[in-house]
Design a protein around this ligand. Structure first.
Ligand code: NAD
Length: 508
């Protein structure tokens, strides 16, 4: 955050707040810069909203809830239908903003928005998703049924790595269930998120149904403690996610917290060699390793050890450059701070005695000398005590471990505290079935490197990667964003014979 704003930056676009249906400039004195990670050019400014502004956003959502909760399902889903159409039409424009502020390649930025768009499409099925249950005649003339009702003001706090997809995991499903929403995007790349928010308003959301505040810890802590906020969806690092979960829970809110990862991919010697190497390189180095589902640990079983040189050679072919350049495979990492953290961890790996087979430090990209670039980096000879194994590096770094059997690989992964994603590469159905049954990780890919479920399932990371029972999107999030009311009802007509006073608890 930079308190003093240089004169030149005053001309830059600013991320607006959205309160009571209006996009407004913050009155704060605290501003941050949105920086293009490939060039260091400051492309926008982001306010750290004041306490009064955050309070106004929550108040706006609270007032809007009183009417929005009663809006018909048809009205809500038709806004989502319009929204999905607007996102589709504007996808390429927003992807350019996303690449400029986040660094990922243009095709990957389009994928970022597209995976969010799929959730908006699914939100259009709310007519069936939010249905309750009905049992006729649970006792003589008595019916029991459930209503899935919205819970009130919900808040979402999102990370830098998916400024398209992750906000779209949150507010469309919350809102289509009849809730109102306050979004706090990542302060590192809020501009593409705001372009999506503008489209949501254009689609017809009434004032106050969706609100946006910007900022960091102060804004997040206020959302977690404000009495009018009923539920918090968080996606980000483990240490912040744990803080949000504990603070929100202490203040009586529902919280779902999707956090950090260390995703392993196990390679059996019977796997398709070329397909496997391609998948590992794509999942390890795509988005410069800044995906919560990136493959950051490769576990070579038995003779698949011999494939290590193939992995290195394939990784060397990747082109490191600015995300908007055609043919780029690996863009820059988000910030100078992230760059320093990642290269620091690489150095720790070297000092700990791991073998640096491919060193992406010091990569030079002509024309982008100031960019935060790190090339694909591969370590072998890694053990489970090294910080390159115990820490989430969140950069283009893959560590390779070698074991002798599938059982050993499963035991190794189950000892790791994280449980976001895991992959197995094999041609054996029996091995795959054993693996999916015994592995203690919430999302499993069989010959699939990044097993992120489509929106009609739910995102089901587990153990250290998630706090709270219910994950984003799919049926789970409808449960998260609604509360069940159970009605037991009997109707009398004039001919009903009175059955007298009943002082027991049984229904007849
Ligand atoms: P982050 O935790 O630094 O930031 C996430 C959000 O928390 C941002 O909106 C930020 O403003 C806010 N925040 C930052 N510091 C805070 C503090 N001290 N108190 C309160 N709020 C604070 O995460 P990031 O660096 O933006 O994102 C990368 C992380 O997100 C990685 O760990 C990655 O694995 C994780 N992630 C997880 C998933 C998942 O589904 N499990 C998905 C995407 C990213």
């Amino acid at each position: 955050m930079n308190a003093a704003v240089p004169q030149a930056t005053l001309q830059l676009p600013t991320a607006k707040l959205l309160i009571e249906g209006k996009f407004v400039d913050s009155h704060t004195h605290e501003w941050g810069n949105v920086v293009n990670p490939a060039t260091q050019e400051v492309i926008g400014r982001v306010p750290y909203a004041t306490v009064d502004e955050i309070d106004a956003a929550i108040g706006s959502a609270q007032r809007a809830f009183q009417t929005w909760r009663h809006t018909s399902i048809g009205t809500r889903l038709r806004i989502m239908l319009k929204f999905q159409d607007l996102v589709r039409r504007n996808l390429e424009r927003i992807a350019r903003t996303l690449t400029a502020e986040q660094g990922k390649t243009l095709p990957d930025a389009q994928g970022d928005i597209f995976r969010g768009l799929e959730v908006v499409e699914h939100a259009c099925s709310i007519g069936t998703l939010q249905q309750g249950e009905f049992s006729e005649n649970v006792a003589g003339g008595v019916d029991t049924y459930t209503l899935r009702q919205p819970i009130g003001v919900c808040a979402g706090i999102t990370p830098f790595n998916f400024p398209g997809m992750i906000p779209l995991w949150m507010f469309p499903m919350a809102i289509v269930c009849g809730n109102t929403f306050v979004l706090k995007p990542s302060e590192q790349d809020p501009l593409s998120t705001m372009e999506l928010v503008e489209l949501a308003m254009e689609a017809g959301l009434p004032a106050g149904v969706l609100n946006v505040v910007h900022g960091g810890k102060t804004a997040v802590d206020m959302l977690c403690t404000h009495p009018d906020v009923k539920a918090i969806s968080f996606v980000g690092s483990t240490h912040v996610g744990t803080h949000v979960y504990n603070l929100g829970s202490k203040h009586g809110k529902r919280v779902q917290s999707m956090m950090g990862a260390k995703n392993h991919a196990v390679v059996l010697p019977d796997a398709n060699r070329e397909q496997t190497i391609n998948a590992l390189v794509g999942a390890g180095f795509g988005a410069a390793g800044q995906r919560c589902m990136a493959t950051s640990v490769v576990v070579l079983v038995g003779q698949s050890r011999e494939w290590l040189p193939d992995l290195v050679e394939k990784a060397k072919l990747l082109r490191v450059s600015a995300g908007h350049e055609a043919g780029t495979d690996v863009g820059p990492v988000i910030s100078k701070t992230a760059h320093a953290r990642i290269t620091g961890l690489i150095e720790e790996g070297v000092q700990a005695g791991a073998t640096l087979l491919l060193d992406g430090r010091g990569v030079k990209v002509p024309g982008y000398e100031k960019g935060n670039f790190i090339g694909p980096t591969i370590f072998s000879g890694v053990n489970t005590d090294m910080s390159i194994y115990t820490q989430e590096i969140f950069g283009p770094v893959v560590v390779v471990l070698e074991v002798d059997s599938l059982d050993e690989a499963i035991a190794l992964i189950n000892r790791n505290p994280m449980g976001n994603g895991v992959g197995l590469f094999t041609q054996s159905g029996a091995a795959a079935r054993k693996f999916q049954s015994e592995i203690d990780v919430g999302q499993v890919g069989i010959n699939i490197s990044i097993p992120v479920p489509v929106p009609y399932f739910s995102f089901t990371g587990s153990r250290g990667s998630k706090l709270g029972d219910l994950g984003p999107y799919g049926k789970q999030v409808v449960q998260f964003y609604t509360q069940t009311k159970t009605v037991t009802a009997r109707w009398f007509d004039d001919a009903t014979v009175s059955d007298g006073v009943n002082t027991t608890i049984s229904l007849k």
